[in-house]
Design a protein around this ligand. Structure first.
Ligand code: PGA
Length: 255
């Protein structure tokens, strides 16, 4: 298998630093030496330092959920890539649908963040996906194409292998409604094809494309077995160690 599976937990606005510590400890205890699967946890900003210390020395990586593209300055309430690197974060979620819909983030703004993240050695997990209305209107692939082309504008061939794409149909996030494996694989294959067009086949085959949206232990094995599904971006099921660890096991079991 040329792409190692990646399981990333997006804790969203859950877990104070105090609450995050035991969860991180449980993950390290059970999976801290796992090298079959890449594992990333993305706590809220206030828990990054605590979680970073707990996972230090293990194979678990630290991700943040958002950042500002500028290095510093008068951006009240914002956090830069450099600040995240200072806490030893290695990954950054960008363009999550909740950021797009509640905070008005556009592809152009997400692109600035992608470029700033790469410049600072943070690996972007660029999230894309259609709403239910867009799926019903038959525009899923067009929407995803616009988001990927916009998000990756100016990202070079050398840089793009550090980018992870997460396909998350908005209607499947936190709803319990998971995309069927066929629906997911169709979009993943389309994204792979688009990456081939943008960067050539050899590079496109190295880029991981995660599925996100109500992924849980019961549906993960089938999703993760699809040719172009290289892991999962997990919300709800990442908030308890038991379900998150089962997802890691499921990813490790795919041959
Ligand atoms: P969910 O969230 O697993 O709770 O659907 C996924 C995400 O928003 O990244």
């Amino acid at each position: 298998m040329i792409r190692k599976k990646l399981i990333a937990g997006n804790w969203k606005m859950n877990k104070s630093a105090t609450e995050a510590a035991p969860l991180a400890q449980e993950i390290v205890a059970a999976a801290g030496r796992n090298t079959d699967v890449d594992i990333v946890v993305c706590p809220p900003f206030t828990a990054l330092e605590t979680v970073g210390k707990i996972i230090d020395g293990s194979s678990i990586k630290l991700g943040a959920q958002n950042m500002h593209p500028e290095a510093s300055g008068a951006y009240t309430g914002e956090i830069s890539a450099g600040m995240l690197r200072d806490l030893f974060a290695s990954h950054i979620l960008l363009g999550h649908s909740e950021r797009r819909s509640y905070f008005g983030e556009t592809d152009a703004f997400i692109n600035k963040k992608t470029l700033a993240a790469l410049k600072n050695q943070l690996r972007p997990i660029l999230c894309v996906g259609e709403t239910l209305a867009e799926r019903e209107a038959g525009t899923t692939l067009k929407v995803v194409q616009t988001q990927i082309e916009g998000g990756l504008e100016g990202v070079t061939k050398d840089q793009v292998t550090n980018v992870v794409i997460a396909y998350e149909p908005v209607w499947a996030i936190g709803t319990g409604k998971v995309a069927t494996t066929a629906q997911a694989q169709e979009v993943h294959a389309f994204i792979r094809g688009l990456l081939v067009k943008l960067y050539g086949d050899a590079i496109a085959q190295k880029i991981r494309i995660l599925y996100g949206g109500s992924m849980k232990p019961s549906n993960a094995p089938e999703l993760l077995a699809q040719k172009d599904i290289d892991g999962g971006l997990i919300g709800g099921a990442s908030l308890e160690s038991r379900s998150f660890l089962e997802l890691i096991t499921a990813a490790a079991a795919v041959k």
